[in-house]
Design a protein around this ligand. Structure first.
Ligand SMILES: Cc1cc2nc3c(=O)[nH]c(=O)nc-3n(C[C@H](O)[C@H](O)[C@H](O)COP(=O)(O)OP(=O)(O)OC[C@H]3O[C@@H](n4cnc5c(N)ncnc54)[C@H](O)[C@@H]3O)c2cc1C
Length: 428
């Protein structure tokens, strides 16, 4: 059923402020007919699962909001699989699984919805458990051409076409179809250790090098705004966690803030957020984010840190920042041709957040220019893109899709011409 409404209530403030055409909440026969005949205009149709990105609602566009009718989560204790509707959040998935002492490698926040899984899903546990797409066992939904699909993970005996379709859906589904349900592998729920520290720029290079040399039980996240904040996760598989924490604390020195805690699973990790002053917090902020992917920094560390220091010093708004997540380990062991997440050898995912005061077009322009400049500086070392956020509305969309999919892009475009020939969903 379609509803004419002007705003969609979502987490992302830019999407929330958009003056939309209206909302669909069901994928019924009328809706599928609209898709089939290409009469759903203006294109693209936007899809809202968790509603945390800027492209779940936009001025003048229709949104398919999956949050009302696709919330169900069912854990099957006989095989450890979970069946999840596309309107549930990562927080609700973790909450449901914890009742059975199970868990899933969600990201740094429970707020995102299935968009987190469909776009790759980099977890602080990805180094020991892989990406979120690596846990998908079956996907159900509707192609852009209005036809339904229900597909299981291919095996060695599957046809090359089945492999191609699976590859397209795992990491590039938003361009091809609307996913309504997925089946996922789960893991036993275990305690994890989280540590946080604030360090000086001079200490940063050693921290990066140590992280790059660490075993898969460790992962490092960092965020650089007014300060450099570190956020580490140590999985339960490490036996001598206490020794590791003592060493970390000693390395940072007594002048650095350092705190560690043991929590039961990712649903209990403390928030990973930019620290801003109370005055800055009061302003309503809009933002856009680009995620990059690249190898270990090794010998380039000092130069990159100098470059980052300069970029932070010229950021046009206190809410602009650069952060990163560590990858590698198990996530790099999957073949690059099995999913659309082709940057399997990436060790770092730095992301650049351009923020501006809502409604201030000059501030917006300055921040987006800053993002572009930061991207140019970082792309020599981080040439890939993690398309966790889509930007069809921005001039760099073509560049980001090329950098996200590289030599797989023509294959994806071919899939799009078969499964979304009318371009109902975001363009590639
Ligand atoms: C606080 C926060 C923390 C984050 N941490 C991480 C992290 O640790 N690791 C990581 O990898 N990412 C992280 N992200 C990025 C996030 O996972 C992506 O932006 C993700 O796409 C958001 O999913 P969503 O369901 O909330 O998005 P939505 O805004 O609802 O949708 C995102 C996009 O995906 C498409 N889409 C959504 N649902 C469907 C569907 N069912 N079928 C087809 N297309 C669909 C939409 O068209 C839309 O363009 C984080 C984001 C936030 C806000």
């Amino acid at each position: 059923m379609k509803k004419i409404q002007s705003h969609l209530s979502v987490q992302n403030s830019l999407a929330q402020d958009a003056l939309i055409a209206g909302v669909f909440e069901d994928i019924d026969d009328d809706f599928k007919k609209l898709m089939r005949t290409g009469k759903l205009i203006p294109k693209p149709l936007l899809v809202c699962s968790g509603g945390t990105s800027t492209r779940c609602a936009a001025n003048g566009h229709w949104t398919l909001d999956l949050r009302s009718n696709y919330q169900q989560i069912h854990f099957d204790a006989s095989n450890g699989k979970v069946h999840m509707g596309a309107g549930a959040t990562m927080k609700s998935l973790l909450r449901e699984l914890s009742q059975y002492n199970r868990t899933f490698p969600t990201g740094l926040s429970g707020l995102p919805g299935i968009g987190y899984i469909l776009t790759g899903g980099i977890s602080p546990l990805s180094r020991s458990q892989g990406l979120a797409i690596d846990q998908i066992l079956a996907i159900k939904g509707v192609w852009g051409n209005g036809k339904c699909f229900n597909i299981s993970k291919p095996t060695k005996s599957s046809s090359s076409n089945e492999h191609l379709i699976w590859r397209g859906l795992c990491g590039a589904a938003p361009f091809l179809g609307i996913v309504t349900n997925i089946t996922l592998k789960t893991y036993p729920l275990k305690p994890i250790t989280v540590w946080e520290a604030t360090i000086k720029k001079e200490q940063f290079s050693d921290v990066i090098i140590q992280a790059e040399n660490a075993t898969n039980e460790f992962s490092l996240q960092w965020i650089w705004g007014d300060q450099i904040q570190l956020y580490g996760i140590i999985s339960n598989d490490l036996e001598d966690t206490n020794d590791a924490l003592i060493k970390l604390k000693k390395d940072f020195g007594k002048d650095s803030f350092f705190k560690a805690s043991k929590v039961l699973g990712l649903q209990n990790i403390p928030p990973f957020l930019l620290k801003v002053s109370n005055k800055t917090k009061k302003t309503k902020i809009h933002c856009e984010v680009i995620g990059l992917l690249g190898p270990a920094w090794r010998n380039d560390c000092d130069d990159l840190i100098e470059a980052l220091d300069y970029l932070i010093s010229i950021r046009p708004n206190k809410n602009c920042f650069i952060a990163a997540q560590q990858l590698g380990g198990v996530s790099s062991q999957i073949s690059k041709s099995f999913t659309s997440f082709i940057h399997r050898k990436a060790i770092w995912k730095p992301w650049i957040t351009a923020s501006w005061e809502a409604g201030n077009s000059k501030d917006k322009e300055r921040s987006l220019n800053w993002l572009n400049e930061a991207w140019k500086v970082l792309e020599t070392n981080c040439p890939g893109v993690h398309l966790a956020q889509l930007h069809q509305h921005l001039p760099w969309h073509e560049k980001e899709t090329k950098k996200a999919f590289d030599d797989w892009l023509p294959g994806l475009q071919n899939l799009k011409s078969q499964y979304d020939p009318q371009g109902i969903l975001p363009r590639l």
